[in-house]
Design a protein around this ligand. Sequence first.
Ligand code: NAD
Length: 496
Amino acid sequence: MREMIKNFINGKWVAGHGGGTFKSINPANKTNVIGEITRSSPKDIDMAVSAARQAYEAWSQVPAPRRGEMLFRVAELLTKEKKGLGQLVTREMGKVLPEGLGDVQEAIDMAYYMGSEGRRLSGETVPSELPNKDAKSLRVPIGVFALITPWNFPIAIPAWKLCPALVAGNTVVLKPSRDTAVCATRLVEIFAAAGVPAGVLNLVHGSGPEVGEYLVRHPGIDAVSFTGSCDTGEHLEDLCGGMHRHISAEMGGKNAIIVMDDAKLELAVEGAIWGGFGTTGQRCTAASRLVVHEAVYPRFIALFKEAASKLRIGNGLRKTTDMGPVINEPQFKKILDYIGAGKKEGARLILGGRPYTQGECARGFFIEPTIFMDVDPEMKIAQEEIFGPVVCVIRAKSLEDAIRIVNGTRYGLSSSIYTQDVNKSAIAERDLDTGIVYINASTIGAEIQLPFGGTKHTGMGPREAGGRGGALDAYTKWKVIYRDFSGRLQRAQIDK
Ligand code: NAD
């Protein structure tokens, strides 16, 4: 009998009341079950929220530097466990091992970064307009958070939320994706081993519409942090708006690389391969559109197709694998449907387009690296997030035309330009309407010390990750203090 993966409520590992279990499977081999996970019922969520509420009073009073020290211990434990956790990421989610290890490294970086915020968490001290009076702003915690996370960064994204939420003094209930429930559980084990007090961090497993939505609607929740698809995020924004509940949501992307006529083409091709097919195209920042200047269009396509056709597909644990499977059967079918739609719309399929079933890959959800050229920017495949190894190449007449194409979707997460011309890069930097812009680098590879997120339908509320305008804005609220020590009534704006 396989060990059951349990919920973590009030400092204890407990089976849910939803009856039975669901399975998390290896997308590289459907017969390989990674874990059997307990099913939760509303009762479990009630218990988790109640534990988080009870723990809030004491945790929010712990000095922030002490809360930060706990994150340093998390970082140390993650570093110690990095190899095993990275392998687990690859087995449960499918990305190749170097990327699985990178997923854990992001969590380590975030734990150190947010741990040191325990000694900053700064507000402002400003002069008062009146004598014998001082004025300052403080960051204070918001309360109990519902954290809802996707499967594509199964360690990093939960850590991106847990670290700032906890250092700021909030308590949380985490509901991770069903597809990567084992990774989330191992991460929570590490937080528990680092000394998180009972009730401060709770974990409940289950489906989004049942467990996730019940949690978001729960009257004991003060705020929600969500990462996932636009459909889910917009639905949760509606719900939270109606309940006057804080929500920050990071959602999909339709990111693009511009390749200008003066670009170093080999470098641009490397960036396009990494952005388009890294993580099998399953990054919110994946480069799913390449907008190429007409002067270099044929040459770029020849080089890009050649490089993509050399990618080796397989189990991400093998050293020889460049690209792993996609996450699950519904996603596998959805990607193939998009490929069908692209053909129907008249885009030219020049590489891939089929499931990849050679050898052991027949047992997993593998799809060939797929390239469409002569894609019209208005086509469905150029507008909607596919979240798989499918790249659309679009021709552009000029820099202005390219920027218009890049900005012409409802998303606004990441974009990039390859050019040797400093003026063109400056125009792109100014006019690309995305949360992140790269110059001579691919659309992926954000670092944790700056805010992460997008414009338009990609994001709502404060951004994730570090820096001013980043995660601390999501996990704290402002309190302003005026202290009058003049001993008399002083009236701002009125007394001279
Ligand atoms: P998803 O929206 O299907 O699920 C995300 C999470 O929401 C899961 O835990 C799911 O169980 C939960 N959920 C689903 N319905 C819910 C509901 N009604 N109420 C509450 N919770 C619910 O997304 P996914 O397929 O897991 O992840 C892929 C998506 O995530 C892509 O669109 C990708 O672009 C996006 N993503 C965005 C970022 C970012 O920072 N912008 C990062 C990673 C992934």
